[in-house]
Structures are given as structure tokens and as C-alpha cells.
Design a protein around this ligand. Structure first.
Ligand SMILES: C[S@@+](CC[C@H](N)C(=O)[O-])C[C@H]1O[C@@H](n2cnc3c(N)ncnc32)[C@H](O)[C@@H]1O
Length: 289
């Protein structure tokens, strides 16, 4: 049976069959494919996590071995199965006001630079379900309401996960998630839905453009540089060589004087060409290189 049935049958488990335990060879084939195409570096310890996340896909498609699953992905010219695979494998954990000292620095320091460059260009790389992009947009509006009058979005928010991007585009979040924001912001920038969930207001949404983009690539399709790039808690899944290449690409895509934010558990080292360490997990683009 084709695995595409999972894309059409929804959550039907009626075709359930026993799945053969994954062999080392099957795990290595999947792991190598994921690493080559998406940069995500899965160690041997992640085997049971991979099986756990993919078993439902195989079961719904009536496939009983990871070998057959792998073969179907490789044979699929449309790329849908690969996309479904990365949706299952990527970790999309995020929330509003995550690593909030970045937002304080953004408001107190970065915004001053940005407001000299109207319209500013910001890239949230690995935006997951959108909280980070909306967070930045709301902070920008707090400082400069007139940004809402700009004709085009000023924040590009990208991710590889279609499911995460759909959630981002919907802009609907649990009330609990929204309460992580500074007091007053929920009232000002969200509308409560009959379900109790919170919908982001249109004046915030229009500042952001969500796009599916794989960070593992030789070049990026951008015509001009960005004033700020956020790539927080994404490169932790990549190996050192992949991270180095991507950081060099981000550096080239930043305006001199622009800012680069990474996650607090990540480090670039203090002597990365073209980037000067400013404070934990924040770098300034220098004229070097
Ligand atoms: C843990 S989330 C981080 C979300 C947010 N930046 C934050 O700090 O809360 C990591 C995100 O990176 C995305 N990601 C992983 N590999 C990627 C790739 N090769 N290209 C684009 N996005 C990728 C995942 O889909 C996921 O949404």
C-alpha cells in the first residue's frame, strides 16, 4: 500500500498491522537521509524516538517495515513523503517570551538601529509555530505603531515543518501560552475566541510573511540583506560542520551593524569572522569579510 494513504485517510487506524522492529541498517538509512536533507543529526540514542514518531505513519499506510517506508520516500518524486517525514522528526517546541532577555535587548537596543532603516528587514529562521515572530512584531508595534501602516510584511518567518507553519499562519494560541507575554500585550494584540483560545490581531499578522524554507542549502533566495536574524534553538540539532556553514551564510545575509540572535544553550565562539560577540547569544555583524 502507498504511504500516501496517510495523507488522505487522516487518522484512520483501520489498516493497523504489526510493524517489524527497525534494524540498525534501516535506522542508519533514515538517519542519513534526514541528516543530508535537513541537517538534523540523530544519534543512536534517538532510535526509539524515531520509531515512536514514525510508527503511526507506517501503521496508517499499512506498511510493516521501515525498509519499505524508506524506499517509498526515496521513490516519491513529489517530495510529500519527505515533507511528512521532517514534520514528524522535527522538534517544534516553542512558546511566547522564550529567552525573554533577548526581547529586552531587542526593545532597548536593536529597535533603535532598526528604526533608522525603515522598512526594517527581519528574518526568523526556524520560527516553528510562530510565537517568536509574533512576539517580535508586537514589540516593534509597541515602539512604533506606524509600522502597521507599511504596505508589505517586514518579518520573514521560515521553517521546514508545514504543520508548524500552518499553526503559525492561523495565529491561534492557548490562553496559557499567551499569559507568558508581558501584562497588557494579550489584551492589546489578541482577541479571545469562543473556544477560549487567543487569536493574534490583524495589525500584528500583517507584519509577518510565513514561508517554508529548508536551511540546508547552498544558497538562499534573498535579494537584499537583513537587519536582524533570529535563529534560536534550531542549530542545536545540527552537527558542527553544518552549523559553521550556516552561520557563515547568515553572516553574509546580515547588514553590517545588524544583529544575530541564537539560543542561549548554543555558542558560536567569540571569534567568528564577521560577527562580534555582544552579550549571551547575541552577535553584531562587523565589516570584516
Ligand atoms: C525548537 S524549534 C525552535 C523554535 C523557535 N526558534 C524558538 O527558539 O522557540 C526548532 C525549529 O527548527 C526547525 N528546523 C529544523 N531543521 C530545519 C531545517 N533544516 N530548515 C528549517 N527549519 C528547520 C524545526 O522544524 C523547528 O520548528
Amino acid at each position: 500500500m502507498s504511504i500516501f494513504s496517510d495523507l488522505t485517510l487522516g487518522s484512520s487506524e483501520s489498516l493497523a498491522r504489526e510493524i517489524n522492529p527497525i534494524t540498525d541498517k534501516e535506522f542508519h538509512s533514515l538517519r542519513d537521509l534526514i541528516k543530508t536533507r535537513f541537517g538534523i543529526n540523530l544519534t543512536e540514542q534517538k532510535k526509539s524516538l524515531v520509531v515512536g514518531r514514525l510508527s503511526g505513519v507506517l501503521r496508517r499506510a499499512g506498511i510493516d517495515s521501515f525498509q519499505e517506508y524508506f524506499q517509498q520516500i526515496v521513490a516519491d518524486q513529489s517530495g510529500k513523503l519527505l515533507s511528512q517525514l521532517i514534520d514528524k522528526i522535527s522538534t517544534n517546541h516553542t512558546h511566547f517570551n522564550r529567552e525573554s532577555d533577548h526581547y529586552d535587548f531587542f526593545t532597548q537596543t536593536v529597535m533603535r538601529t532598526l528604526l533608522r532603516n525603515i522598512p526594517p528587514r527581519i528574518w526568523i529562521a526556524g520560527c516553528s509555530s510562530g510565537e517568536e515572530a509574533y512576539n517580535v512584531a508586537m514589540l516593534m508595534l509597541e515602539q512604533q505603531q506606524s509600522l502597521a501602516d507599511l504596505a508589505d510584511p517586514i518579518i520573514l518567518a521560515t521553517d521546514i515543518s508545514s504543520t508548524a507553519l500552518e499553526k503559525a499562519s492561523r495565529g491561534v494560541y492557548s490562553a496559557e501560552n499567551v499569559t507568558k507575554l508581558p501584562a497588557g500585550m494579550a489584551r492589546k494584540y489578541f482577541r479571545k475566541q469562543p473556544t477560549g483560545e487567543m487569536l493574534v490581531n490583524q495589525n500584528v499578522r500583517k507584519l509577518i510573511s510565513y514561508k517554508r524554507l529548508n536551511l540546508i542549502r547552498d544558497s538562499f533566495p534573498f535579494r537584499s540583506a537583513f537587519d536582524v536574524i533570529f535563529c534560536r534553538n534550531v542549530m542545536i540539532y545540527f552537527d558542527v560542520a553544518t552549523r559553521r556553514k550556516l552561520v557563515a551564510q547568515f553572516t553574509q545575509l546580515l547588514e553590517v551593524g545588524g544583529y544575530f540572535f541564537i539560543g542561549h544553550s548554543e555558542t558560536l565562539g567569540r571569534d567568528t569572522p564577521g560577527l562580534r560577540y555582544i552579550r549571551p547569544a547575541v552577535y553584531l555583524r562587523t565589516a570584516e569579510t
